[in-house]
Write a protein that binds this ligand. Structure first.
Ligand code: FAD
Ligand code: MLT
Ligand code: ZN
Length: 469
């Protein structure tokens, strides 16, 4: 079927205001947030309901039309961008915004896939509850995208990844059938847990149209601290030291090197370091209590103990909410600062926490050996063993040399990650970014199992072709 008649049929399903066929209006849908990938699409289709998604996928199935599902388009692996063939339809779910149900007694909510993460958090707050997924893109990423990437963020230490926060899903399959798995149950052992197939599947198996999400008791009392260290081994010891005293109330433990902080300070004129002097490693730690009157002393004592044990060299405890927000601003500012600096070579890796100091020492020495003129920007969710071990190439580097550097560093860093039993994608998914590397680090049995699942659910290979597998 030619593009024009296909567009007409889509318009029939979602209404004329639900399609964007004018290419001058496609930019936000065909280019990713990092500005690394740009594709082409004949049409952006914006359904409002599961019924419309089902009809769209049925038509795509009948006409063999490939589909790239998209939420907020904030992904970091190029997984939501169409290729340049101008054949892949972008299915944008941002008009699916219904809050279907909120049940504070069951501690669950059921929402459409296009609801943004910030809106989901607000729904929980309005019900005097907490939805704990939290990441820098929360104002624009969607819960469908969070599910499809199994997003992590800064609350994983206490609450887990998106996978741990989802009780049920509604998914439209590639042939247009709807699987209603919107069960709000914490126990259900009736066979294979199908929702887990779709969580983290990056739009390659079906379209998530709604989710049942867990809510938690609201946080009424938070303490935020910025801690300075000279050695990474001390950071890791401090994590366990804080957990020994604060237990589960330690809800964030984020690390950044001085070079990462300097990048942020250079990018945002008004930003300043919470510490008096530069240190090798900075940590943003937070404890959260459900009781407004919870004692604040355990955290303060634990921080004091870090100094007394010679682990931490300096501590700044936020004395107001505004100060805590400023600290988080420094942490969340690293990604935009990197984009502005250009030429970042990103590595989103997971490692056993105990091996992080040794790994970083080796990785730093590899980078210094092979690319002495580059700057390592190492930061991340160290409490989860997740580092964003990024390397900034000089802005003056030509495109070809940059690409060679990307290949060289990816290979060296990821081979080292593999030696340490780590993962080459901790939370950003595979997308286009890691697709070709995946088979080097997954066993043939794993690749085979994934291909078997893909073939059985999407035999015509229409869902997000060219991504993940
Ligand atoms: P998109 O980018 O639109 O899509 C991502 C993938 O999901 C694609 O494969 C797409 O096809 C698929 N998809 C989207 N919606 C659906 C659906 N309804 N059904 C099926 N498939 C779908 N990520 C983290 O994990 N942790 C972080 O700390 C973090 N910080 C970030 C900070 C910034 C500033 C930015 C820009 C991004 C950050 N990210 C982080 C990455 C990104 O925000 C997450 O991956 C997020 O989950 C993507 O959601 P989205 O709605 O934007 O999805
Ligand atoms: C973050 O944690 O800020 C993002 O996941 C990191 C990134 O930009 O690599
Ligand atoms: Zn992250």
């Amino acid at each position: 079927m030619n593009h024009q008649s296909l567009v007409g049929q889509f318009a029939h399903i979602v209404g004329p205001d639900g399609i964007i066929s004018d290419k001058t209006e496609h930019d936000a849908y065909v280019r990713d947030w990092l500005g690394k990938w740009t594709g082409l699409t004949p049409v952006v289709v914006r359904p409002r309901s599961t019924t419309e998604v089902s009809a769209v996928l049925r038509l795509c199935h009948q006409t063999h039309t490939p589909v790239v599902t998209q939420g907020g388009n904030t992904g970091m692996s190029g997984a939501a961008t169409p290729d340049t063939s101008n054949s892949q339809v972008v299915l944008s779910l941002t008009r699916m915004k219904r809050i279907r149900d909120v049940d504070p007694i069951n501690n669950t909510m059921t929402v459409d896939a296009g609801v943004t993460l910030a809106q989901v958090q607000q729904v929980a707050t309005d019900a005097d509850r907490l939805f704990p997924l939290s990441l820098g893109a929360q104002g624009s990423c969607t819960i469908g995208g969070n599910v499809a990437t199994n997003a992590g963020g800064s609350g994983v230490l206490r609450y887990g990844n998106t996978r741990d926060l989802v009780l049920g899903l509604e998914v439209v399959l590639p042939d247009g059938r709807v699987w209603n798995g919107l069960r709000a149950l914490r126990k259900d052992n009736t066979g294979y847990d199908l929702k887990h197939l779709f969580i983290g599947s990056e739009g390659t198996l079906g379209v998530v149209t709604a989710a049942v999400l867990k809510m938690y008791p609201a946080v009424r009392n938070r303490q935020t601290a910025w801690i300075g260290f000279e050695r990474l081994a001390d950071v890791v010891d401090a994590l366990r030291g804080l957990q020994d005293i604060c237990g589960d109330s330690l809800t964030a433990f984020e690390m950044m090197t001085q070079a990462s902080l300097d990048l942020v300070l250079g990018h945002f004129n008004s930003a300043r370091s919470p510490l008096q002097s530069p240190v090798a490693f900075h940590v943003l730690a937070e404890v959260s209590h459900t009781s407004a009157t919870a004692a604040t002393t355990p955290f303060e004592d634990a921080l004091q103990a870090l100094i007394e044990r010679g682990l931490a060299v300096d501590v700044a405890l936020a004395s107001s909410t505004a100060q805590a927000v400023e600290m988080w601003g420094l942490r969340e500012g690293i990604s935009p600062a990197q984009v502005a600096a250009g030429h970042a070579i990103k590595h989103d890796i997971a490692l056993p926490i105990s091996s992080i100091p040794q790994f970083v020492q080796e990785a730093d020495s590899i980078c210094a050996d092979v690319r002495p003129e580059f700057t390592v920007i190492n930061f991340g969710h160290i409490g989860d063993g997740n580092l964003h071990y990024n390397v900034l190439a000089p802005a003056s580097l030509g495109e070809k040399s940059y690409k060679q550097a990307v290949e060289q560093l990816n290979r060296l860093i990821h081979d080292l990650v593999a030696q340490y039993g780590g993962s080459i994608s901790a939370e950003h998914g595979v997308g286009q970014l890691r697709r070709d590397e995946l088979k080097r680090y997954k066993s043939s049995v794993e690749m085979d199992l994934m291909m078997t699942i893909k073939r059985s659910l999407d035999p015509n290979h229409l869902m997000n072709p060219g991504k993940l597998l």
